[in-house]
Ligand binder design. Structure first.
Ligand SMILES: Nc1ncnc2c1ncn2[C@@H]1O[C@H](COP(=O)(O)OP(=O)(O)O)[C@@H](O)[C@H]1O
Ligand SMILES: C[C@@](O)(CCOP(=O)(O)O)CC(=O)O
Ligand SMILES: [Mg+2]
Length: 328
């Protein structure tokens, strides 16, 4: 039996634009997904994902149960849910050159699902790492990242960046632009506060929405490029340890993401609550549509304001996690 875990992440800046070759800076946070795998002799795959409540059901699928979770929810949602774990296992079989290996897989996670904190990337990285180690192969974090990217790319219909998966695999603050992935050294302490509305957004759908806008309007394409310019300014502020400037740029980034149609009323409400509570800046994180915002605040002000904001289900401080995927 082998267990691995990988962290979730917040985007300091650059989500969505990173899908079109602009740079982004995601940061791993100390909330993890864990995956335990045990090889089985019959070559089949059985998955237990207790956090994956679809329409109120806990989901199990595979060899010991139905081929597909027996729940009454739209097929694309179920397929995406199965796609991440199934895809990760396929990558592990390929990496270990054991195409017929079977597994019992158990997923458990502290990262809210579909909320912009990268639960999908964390589950995929942890599953690839655990299943390869179970087969006696140890992959470098960069290869876990690359293989996890292929899974996300497939499940998100060919529209994914390497940002989430690279960040989850290697940990810390990272910079991703196209295939260029690197860790950022010597980042200042980043006082992240996360607000979570209890909801979720569909990453594939939101990415497709931005793509359509970008194709329809030149100014939407310019908005995506403006996010890239903003990220380049943000990198300089990060190197200088200028938290006030980082906050200002986070606010600007949220405005540009809103223009691209990926915010929501509750995300906007939490962003304003955090700002009014004294945050240096606040923005949605990840794909948007619902889920989480991230604010920068050294005081307790933003968290307290979020605690009292109707529609904010949970507010918490998120520490940078310098460790990526790891054996447990
Ligand atoms: N604990 C988990 N168990 C099984 N699948 C999970 C788990 N957490 C996340 N996933 C998969 O990842 C999907 C969410 O990914 P996504 O829409 O990219 O949002 P995010 O990565 O921001 O959380 C879920 O719908 C599910 O398919
Ligand atoms: C919108 C996007 O830039 C980030 C998605 O992040 P999340 O899955 O919502 O945590 C998509 C991507 O980079 O693949
Ligand atoms: Mg995701």
């Amino acid at each position: 039996m082998t267990t691995s875990s990988a962290p979730g992440k917040v985007y300091l800046f650059g989500e969505h634009a990173v899908v079109y070759g602009e740079p982004a800076v995601p940061c791993a946070i100390e909330r993890r997904a864990s995956v335990t795998v045990e090889e089985r002799d019959d070559g089949r795959l059985s998955v237990e994902a207790a956090d994956l409540t679809l329409d109120g059901f806990t989901v199990t699928w595979g060899a010991d149960g139905p081929d597909r979770p027996d729940v009454d929810v739209p097929t694309p949602l179920v397929e995406a849910a199965m796609g991440y774990v199934d895809g990760a296992i396929e990558q592990a079989r390929d990496a270990a050159d054991r195409p017929d290996a079977g597994f019992d897989v158990t997923v458990s996670s502290e990262i809210p699902l579909g909320a912009g904190l990268g639960s999908s990337a964390a589950v995929v990285c942890a599953a690839i790492d655990a299943a390869t180690r179970e087969l006696g192969v140890s992959l470098p974090a960069e290869e876990v990242a690359d293989r996890a990217y292929r899974v996300e790319h497939e499940v998100q219909d060919g529209q994914a960046s390497r940002a989430d998966t690279f960040c989850c695999a290697v940990g810390g603050a990272v910079r991703v632009q196209g295939d260029d992935t690197r860790r950022i050294a010597d980042v200042p302490t980043l006082p992240f506060v996360v607000g979570y509305d209890g909801g979720a957004g569909d990453t594939g759908e939101l990415v497709a929405g931005v793509r359509a806008l970008r194709e329809e309007y030149g100014f939407a394409a310019d908005t995506v490029s403006a996010i890239g310019d903003l990220v380049r300014e943000g990198e300089a502020a990060l190197r200088a340890g200028d938290l006030e400037e980082l906050g200002r740029l986070m606010d600007f980034d949220h405005g540009l993401l809103s223009a691209l149609g990926v915010s929501s009323r509750s995300l906007d409400t939490m962003v304003w609550a955090a700002r009014e509570g004294g945050a240096l800046g606040a923005k949605l994180t990840g794909a948007g549509g619902g889920g989480c915002i991230v604010a920068l605040d050294e005081t307790d002000g933003a968290k307290t304001a979020l605690d009292y904001t109707p529609g904010c289900e949970e507010a918490f401080r998120a520490e940078l996690d310098t460790e990526g995927v790891r054996a447990e």
